[in-house]
Design a binder for this molecule. Structure first.
Ligand SMILES: Nc1ncnc2c1ncn2[C@@H]1O[C@H](COP(=O)(O)OP(=O)(O)O)[C@@H](O)[C@H]1O
Ligand SMILES: Nc1ccn([C@@H]2O[C@H](COP(=O)(O)OP(=O)(O)O)[C@@H](O)[C@H]2O)c(=O)n1
Length: 207
């Protein structure tokens, strides 16, 4: 079974995807990390994220980059959303994600375009969302716990900018697949959100 979990920044999609992978004993891929690795490589090499050629050159990143804590930084997320708008960057990362999704036994992937582009054939598609202010609170708490001194206002502004950029790009914009189920986690605890996600997947599994 392929499970696609899409949604905007800090909506809780990664938390839900990891829990679904544990529940169904499936491998999990956080596809945002791939775009963050491109962004971190662009920054390290002092390339220009708005240049498609520069961003494509960074798609050949060292695999060790995927474990670099810098990937989780707020600034890396911003630059990831700039490099991810280039069609050639998306094309360079596509096969790897499609292969992961279509491995024997299935997989859980989370991102922005899993249900629409990477695995339109996924059996279960969730589109996770929450209000921008709740997402900013969650991400701010998370970043603070990692030692960052970024302000709540900055995190909220960055989340709004990223929402706008990710939703308005012409290639693979952030939109729910026509057959995705919406899951709003704004007023759900992690446990409640995961329980709801499992229940929604069960409906699709039995269909
Ligand atoms: N339902 C929830 N209630 C409260 N906090 C949550 C909830 N879901 C996720 N979180 C927390 O919010 C932060 C962002 O969640 P995450 O799953 O990484 O979001 P995303 O993958 O959509 O960016 C994490 O610190 C996570 O523990
Ligand atoms: N499948 C995906 C995953 C991420 N991305 C891009 O990568 C950025 C970082 O993604 P992420 O999933 O790590 O970010 P968070 O939602 O965890 O904050 C997003 O803002 C998108 O611009 C994408 O375009 N497509």
């Amino acid at each position: 079974m392929i499970i696609a979990v899409d949604g905007p920044a800090a909506s809780g999609k990664g938390t839900i995807a990891k829990a679904l992978a544990r529940h169904y004993h499936l491998p999990h891929l956080d596809t945002g990390l791939l775009y963050r690795a491109v962004a971190a490589t662009v920054m390290r090499l002092e390339l220009d994220p708005t240049s498609e050629a520069d961003a494509v050159a960074a798609c050949d990143f060292d695999e060790l980059t995927l474990a670099d804590p810098v990937l989780r930084d707020d600034e890396t997320g911003q630059v990831a959303s700039i490099v991810s708008a280039h069609p050639l960057v998306r094309a360079a990362l596509m096969q790897r994600q499609k292969r992961f999704a279509h491995q024997d036994g299935g997989a859980v992937l989370d991102g922005r375009d899993i249900g629409t582009v990477i695995a339109p054939d996924a059996q279960a598609k969730l589109f996770v969302r929450a209000t921008p202010t709740i997402r900013a609170q969650r991400r701010h708490t998370e970043l603070k716990s990692r030692g960052s001194d970024v302000s709540y206002d900055q995190v909220l502004a960055d989340i709004r900018a990223r929402d706008e950029r990710d939703s308005s790009r012409s290639t693979a914009p952030l939109v729910p697949a026509a057959d995705a189920v919406l899951l709003d986690t704004s007023f759900l605890s992690i446990e409640a959100a995961v329980a709801k996600a499992v229940a929604l997947v069960e409906v699709r599994r039995e269909a």
